[in-house]
Ligand binder design. Structure first.
Ligand code: MF3
Ligand code: CO
Ligand code: CO
Length: 254
């Protein structure tokens, strides 16, 4: 395992990349409306990232991914490919943005609802959001990766939802996906011990039904095996001397 520790100059670059990624989500929210296609959302984000932010959309051509953002609707767990699918009232969609600026990555995703969500979709998204924050709140020097995963898993299972195991959070910096893997389940006091200057994502995927997932033949789109709903939120976080700093807060939260 090769966990990079960011210098204070590198931390400043991570702050910039994180803010830009959050700005894209702030920008795209008003476009999430019935009738727009996920391909149009991708076009808008691509243009904003490349022309307004003078940054690079990290997903584009990453291991062959064909678009600039991920759009995961309803039972899609993650890595949905933007295309011709039109949003309709009642859909819930995760939009996942990763930008590169001055060589460093910022990675964040949120859930959006098209019109009024169903009660289940709203509860699931809320539990995913809360679970992400419970995990983030465990982050401090001397704490363990297992503390993060345990806090997330406990909250999800308390609500009788399930944690996806096949995909996880990750170290982040000059690389999109660096060590360590940040599991969204686990035991307190196990795994890597956190130290200041580490940067990683916390991005739990929460299923309404069973935890199992399936990869579609396009090689990217991950769906729930039982076709029940899934939800996810993601932040990029820096471990500081005293705790943590979330680098991808939206304008409303900073
Ligand atoms: N942004 C995703 C993550 O949170 C990764 C997307 S990889 C892509 O790690 F190729 F699908 F873009
Ligand atoms: Co990520
Ligand atoms: Co992401």
């Amino acid at each position: 395992m090769n966990v990079t520790i960011k210098s204070s100059e590198e931390q400043d670059k991570m702050r910039v990349a994180g803010r830009l990624a959050a700005d894209v989500l702030d920008m795209i929210g008003e476009h999430v409306k019935p009738g727009i296609t996920t391909g149009e959302l991708d076009d808008i984000c691509h243009h904003y990232i490349t022309e307004v932010q003078d940054a690079i959309p990290a997903p584009l051509n990453y291991r062959g991914f064909p678009k600039s953002i991920c759009t995961s609707i309803n039972h899609v767990v993650c890595h949905g490919i933007p295309g011709d699918r039109k949003l309709k009232t009642g859909d819930s969609i995760n939009i996942d943005i990763t930008v590169i600026k001055h060589g460093f990555h910022g990675d964040t995703s949120r859930m959006f609802f098209v019109g009024k969500p169903t009660v289940l979709a709203e509860r699931l998204s809320k539990v995913a959001f809360e679970s992400m924050w419970l995990g983030i709140n465990e982050m401090a020097p001397g704490k363990y990766l297992g503390d993060i995963g345990n806090a997330i898993q406990k909250n999800i299972e308390k609500h009788y939802f399930s944690v996806v195991r096949e995909y996880c959070g990750h170290g982040i910096g000059r690389g999109f996906h660096e060590d360590p893997q940040v599991l969204h389940y686990g035991e307190i006091g196990t795994g890597l011990k956190l130290t200041p200057g580490m940067a990683m994502t916390v991005e739990p995927m929460v299923n309404a039904g069973k935890p199992g997932v399936r990869l579609l033949p396009d090689g990217w789109t991950v769906v729930t095996k039982d076709h029940k709903l899934s939800a996810q939120w993601e932040h990029t976080i820096l471990v500081t001397e005293t705790g943590y700093e979330v680098l991808t807060l939206g304008a409303e939260d900073r």
